[in-house]
Design a protein around this ligand. Structure first.
Ligand code: NAD
Length: 487
């Protein structure tokens, strides 16, 4: 049993002052596996104070020192890779392969950021001015439950590279992953206060972070609804805000796609992470001339999917993370049927033979119109909506008819054509004939999928602010190397 009751503040694990206790439940078995005591506003204030004390030292550190910190973080997180994987399976129900990917990704964030930092110029000349990129200040990093370890590490890598000390608030619904990652961060031996981590409620610890005058920057990943609340809360102190939010991604299957290859990939894009992914491709746009063939292919592919124990390497879809998620997905399936969509696979209830655990039946709807709820709202479960189209223009129009714009997918056997369609889609990322991300390239959403970008140089620049220094008599003299970031 896990009994978690500490926050990580100023380089040490300390008992939280909060008293709310949550049960941690394994979603595959519905059994309690531990408890966590949540931090409160007082804990948050202490964490913010510790980060503030650490901020000047980190801001004045050299590039080489920060690369060294990132390398130490990479090694420490890598050393706990198996523990992160196991925590992801145990508390979240992530299938083995996906959980392994997430835990590798958590350490890789530090590696790719360290590499990028080596080549980054913090100062450049524009006209007669020297333009210096400076750390914004103490950052609040707020992460969701569906990508706990990855979000924590990716945000932290960018913040440290930029020279920003952080207060990290992972979701209160991902305590095990947060605990293992925090132990790894501690092992890395960074200066006290550079990283502080506490689990607490959004309306309590989260609100303290988003309103506190000593926090200069918020990097948030979560739902669009919470993102808007955070943007409003940060307004009084004019915090810089990056928001990575919800999605309702479209997968555009062009009429020349090789369905034998593309359909399993499209299904994987829809059901990845048990369908609980912001980038899940949950609207599949299929040309009407190939609809019959596509539906048959999907029916076969879903029948072959193994749903069950997330520890089993053969499992493709594990349980949803909680009973609330289970109920939410059931409700969407009912709404899909009520609004006239046709069930191709799955449906309400649990899969045969799985009486316990928050397992749902991987579900595919055909005959979906883009104005149905299942096409417009983020369901956050393995439910795919298939929408027919007649020509390329109509496909683009349907794909773009959404309040979201996070990640889209295009499948085609003609790269030029796929590229042309990709350029017309309103999304922060478009993946063509692949479903794996490029971790060094910017990631984020357009429209209500977010503001700002994460990963690589764009991710770091979200924690930097340009300062212009222009002198009366021409060029500003260069700053000695040892006293600035460049070294
Ligand atoms: P959520 O918005 O409910 O919570 C996210 C985080 O915000 C949690 O840590 C929560 O405690 C905190 N929070 C809640 N209210 C707050 C407040 N008032 N002030 C400050 N913090 C507050 O989201 P969730 O259910 O944990 O995550 C799922 C959502 O996240 C989905 O919509 C998904 O699409 C989105 N998501 C987006 C990305 C992306 O990169 N775009 C990645 C993963 C998840």
């Amino acid at each position: 049993m896990w009994n978690l009751d500490q926050a990580y503040i100023d380089g040490a694990f300390v008992p939280v002052q909060g008293s709310e206790r949550l049960e941690i439940v394994n979603p595959a078995t519905e059994q309690a596996i531990g408890t966590v005591v949540l931090a409160n506003r007082d804990d948050a204030r202490q964490a913010i104070a510790a980060a503030n004390r650490a901020q000047p030292g980190l801001a004045n550190s050299t590039k080489a020192q920060r690369i060294e910190m990132l390398r130490r973080l990479e090694a420490a997180v890598l050393a706990r890779s198996d523990q992160i994987r196991d925590a992801t399976i145990e508390e979240y129900g992530g299938p083995l392969a996906r959980s392994q990917w997430v835990s590798n990704y958590a350490s890789q964030c530090f590696a790719t950021t360290a590499q990028m930092l080596g080549d980054y110029a913090f100062e450049r000349r524009l006209g007669e001015a020297a333009v210096v990129m400076e750390p914004i200040g103490v950052a609040g990093l707020i992460a969701p439950w569906n990508s706990a370890a990855g979000s924590m590490c990716s945000k932290l890598a960018s913040a440290i590279a930029a020279g920003c000390a952080s207060v990290v608030k992972p979701s209160e619904l991902g305590p095990l992953q947060a605990q293992v990652v925090t132990e790894a961060l501690h092992d890395a031996g960074l200066p006290a206060g550079v990283v502080n981590v506490l689990l607490g409620r959004g309306g309590d610890v989260g609100d303290e972070i988003t309103t506190h005058p000593d926090i200069a920057k918020i990097s948030f990943t979560g739902s669009t609804q919470t993102g808007k609340r955070i943007a409003r809360a940060g307004l009084d102190t004019l915090k810089r805000v990056s928001l990575a939010l919800s999605g309702k991604s479209a997968t555009v299957m062009l009429d020349d796609a090789d369905l034998a290859i593309a359909l399993p990939m499209a299904l994987n894009a829809a059901f990845m992470n048990n369908g609980q992914a912001c980038v899940a491709g949950t609207r599949l746009l299929v040309p009407n001339v190939r609809m019959t063939e596509a539906i048959e292919g999907l029916r076969r592919a879903v029948a072959a999917l193994r749903v069950g124990d997330p520890r089993d390497p053969a499992t493709a879809v594990g349980p949803l993370a909680s009973q609330a998620q289970f109920e939410r997905v059931q409700q969407f399936i009912r709404r899909g049927l009520a609004q006239g969509a046709t069930l191709v696979a799955g449906g309400e209830g649990r899969p045969d033979g799985l009486g316990k655990g928050w397992f749902v039946r991987p579900t595919v709807f055909a005959g979906v119109r883009n104005d149905m709820d299942i096409a417009r709202e983020e369901i956050f479960g393995p439910v795919l909506s298939v929408i027919g189209y007649d020509d390329e223009d109509e496909a683009v129009e349907i794909a773009n008819d959404s309040i979201y714009g996070l990640q889209a997918y295009v499948f085609s056997s003609q790269p030029q054509r796929a590229r042309r369609v990709a350029s017309r889609l309103r999304a922060g990322t478009v993946l063509v004939n692949r479903i794996t991300p490029e971790l060094i390239a910017p990631f984020g959403g357009v429209r209500q999928s977010g503001i700002g970008r994460e990963f690589g140089v764009f991710g770091m620049e979200a924690f930097l602010e340009p300062k212009t220094i222009a002198m009366a008599n021409g060029l500003a003299p260069a700053i000695p190397k040892q006293s600035r970031n460049e070294k």
